[in-house]
Write a protein that binds this ligand. Sequence first.
Ligand SMILES: Cc1ncc(COP(=O)(O)O)c(C=O)c1O
Length: 389
Amino acid sequence: VIVDTKYGHHLREHFLLDSRLVFLNHGSFGACPKVVLKAQSEWREGLERDPVDFMLHRLPGALRSQAEELGEMLGAKGKDIAFVENATTGVNAVMRGLRLEPGDQLLTLNHVYPAVDNTLKFLAERNGCEIVRADIPMPVTCSDQIVDAVVEKITPKTKIAVLDHITSFSALVTPMTELVKACHARGVPVLVDGAHAPGMLDLDLESIGADYYVGNCHKWLWAPKGCAFLYVAPKNQSDMHPTVISNMEAEGFPFNFDWTGTKDPSAWLSLGAAMAFHRSLGDREVAKYNHNLVIEGSNMLAEELSVELVAPPSMTGSIRAVRLPNTETAGGEDAAALHGYLAKEHNIEVLVHAHDGVWLRVSAQVYNELDDYERLIAALRDARRLRVF
Ligand SMILES: Cc1ncc(COP(=O)(O)O)c(C=O)c1O
């Protein structure tokens, strides 16, 4: 049983989360600590006190120093990191900047996030390309199965592989270093969608070796919403452009990303405050607590409700998915009904998703304890009794 008095419900005081809410979905949009929001307000006020001086003279250096600090945490150099608003924007910058030709294949996983899938579909339709999806076996028992599934789909026409480091609804941690190696050995560049990874996994970007790596800081690193990054390997930087071309285009990467028109940069600038708070609560210890708690909570869920665990703990971070039994024919409306029931009747926020059955994805964060999962189990028993699922 998880008893770590350093973490638990008392830490909710650092977040704005409604006290009635059982929050088991930190994964979708994060939850930003109060101290980070305060830092963000201060940055905003600093900007508004002297807007021209701030935007023209203070901002460029301030952004670069945040990139340096982020790079130190994630195993990369600041000069190889650009800020973007979110993972979707980063993926779009990379993919829409590629010089695609008819017949090119865009390789991804069958569990790809919808926004990324839509980007691939848009590009495939415009350019006469084909989307190829590697099927992850379910349940998955070892990470080699994911490498095999991807390698099997590589052909001479594969232009790029767009691979999740942590899949969304199924919450699998994929073996990214091995995947990159396998793709590179076959001449295929890799864009990693690491939307959930920063703050959850012990990242070392340079040793992963991907061509491009996109990560959100507004999920597990506790930055304000709108704070994400795009790492680009040096060899790819000369042809790297933001989707929105603006004043700094001639300066090249990463400066062309630092300015894409006038906007509020306070989420990016508050990253240092987010990382400092994360460090003050234990840094790697945070992820360890979250991992242990989500494993224990999801195991309990599986035992009590006979739901199916789809991946071993070794392929799990701070989110874990279970598949509900006898839901093969259920669709999006059924998933929405269950989500609505849990949220409205029980104040429980959890991800519910339909994909060959109904999936539940639970999360653990420093403010959670095991009793949050007990409440979810009780609510799911009620839902079953009432035939919500
Ligand atoms: C795997 C994956 N990719 C991309 C995203 C999109 O993130 P954002 O909305 O911050 O762009 C998510 C969001 O949860 C995700 O899980």
